[in-house]
Design a protein around this ligand. Structure first.
Ligand SMILES: NC(=O)c1ccc[n+]([C@@H]2O[C@H](COP(=O)([O-])OP(=O)(O)OC[C@H]3O[C@@H](n4cnc5c(N)ncnc54)[C@H](O)[C@@H]3O)[C@@H](O)[C@H]2O)c1
Length: 347
């Protein structure tokens, strides 16, 4: 099977690329290499005969068409996106361009390619989305696949729009699609502007560890390699036109997550005195910060037999170990535009 993976130089896309190449799929990694990309993420597979890379911006319809013409894929796994909520608050335009218009371009290119190939039944357009499209939960309840959409940030609104386009292309044109909406990922190769790497790297530098608001926002944390495994499971066995929620079965308040990371660092690389938790500093909350996300994973577990393989404790330990061992990966990324600065304050 030949798949085009969009956003394969990013955090989750690169985990998908690494696993898919290892499993013997023919992988074309399509990525524009924005500030969030890093080709080192796929260095472990980049010499494999079943891997290739093409630099392409999904907002450029002609360029996307050319890639599909050249490769005639059996499937597309669409992960390319602007993905940082704080950046979407300061500059929503890029989120509309890439997440909405880019998805439209891909759908049209995929539809043309699928038609040119004689509309094979096995063709798949797999759209990778987020649980943030469902909005914010109170203290109880979980998102199911039938939860009404209620996006509240420019990022989640742009992802919700792209989900609607994908469903419409299935209903209207019969394009064989599957969708997934997953919770917060963490793990190796996570760009150092997101919460988990910010905590680890600020701690290691002895800098304040910022917690938005009171740190009571709850997220369901999913280890990125488990997510990649779930995505490949849905690609192969998901029912056409259906969406699957993917969670880690690991709900935690931000403050508890940060305390867990500090405790791991205290054990694995102790400070000269005191705990890393002494660096925790409460800062002004993000505007419109969703209180709680939680995933009901019943559909993917009962229909496809998929469950996460690690607990939050196990996944965080692997992640902290990885950052301790891979300074050569993260050090240069700290110089990229906006990294290390408080973003999302322009509301
Ligand atoms: N990170 C999470 O916790 C999370 C949770 C749920 C869903 N998602 C979704 O998963 C996908 C991947 O997320 P991520 O965290 O790996 O993102 P990321 O920001 O780490 O990577 C995004 C990748 O897309 C590429 N890209 C951006 N704009 C592009 C364009 N116009 N053309 C081509 N490539 C472009 C970037 O260069 C980068 O390599 C996104 O669609 C995101 O919405 C992420």
């Amino acid at each position: 099977m030949k798949i085009i993976v969009t956003g394969g130089a990013g955090f989750i896309g690169s985990a998908v690329v690494r696993q898919a190449v290892r499993e013997g799929l023919e992988v074309v990694n399509l990525d524009a290499l924005t500030y969030a990309a890093c080709l080192d993420n796929v260095a472990s597979v980049s010499n494999a005969p079943n891997y290739s890379f093409v630099k392409c911006d999904i907002t450029d319809r002609a360029a996307v068409d050319a890639v599909f013409d050249e490769h005639a894929p059996d499937a597309v796994m669409h992960l390319a996106a602007e993905s940082h909520v704080d950046r979407s608050i300061d500059g929503p335009g890029a989120f509309i361009e890439t997440n909405v218009m880019g998805t439209y371009n891909l759908l049209e290119a995929a539809r043309a390619s699928w038609a040119a190939q004689g509309k094979p039944e096995g063709f798949r357009f797999h759209h990778i989305s987020t649980d943030e499209v469902f909005g914010s939960l109170g203290e109880t309840g979980q998102f199911t696949e039938d939860t009404p959409y209620d996006p509240r940030s420019p990022y989640s609104a742009s992802k919700a729009a792209s989900d609607h386009l994908v469903r419409a292309w299935h209903e209207t044109y019969g394009l064989p699609v599957v969708l997934t909406n997953c919770s917060n990922n963490y793990g190796p190769f996570h760009f150092p502007e997101k919460l988990v790497p910010v905590v680890i790297l600020n701690a290691l530098h002895g800098r304040p560890i910022p917690i938005y608001g009171k740190g009571e926002n709850v997220r369901d944390w999913l280890y990125v390699e488990d997510h990649a495994d779930a995505l490949l499971t849905v690609l192969r066995r998901g029912e056409l036109g259906r969406s699957y929620n993917i969670g880690g079965e690991n709900e935690a308040r931000n403050i508890d997550l940060v305390q867990m990371i500090c405790a791991l660092l205290d054990r694995m690389q102790p400070r000269e005195s005191g705990s890393y938790a002494d660096l925790i500093t409460y800062v002004t909350d993000r505007p419109g910060h969703d209180a709680r996300y939680a995933i009901d994973p019943t559909r993917i577990s009962t229909e496809l037999g998929w469950r996460p393989s690690v607990t939050l404790e196990q996944g965080l330990e692997k992640t902290v170990r990885w950052y301790l061992d891979n300074e050569a990966w993260w050090r240069p990324l700290l110089e990229r535009d906006g990294v290390g600065n408080r973003l999302g304050t322009k509301a």
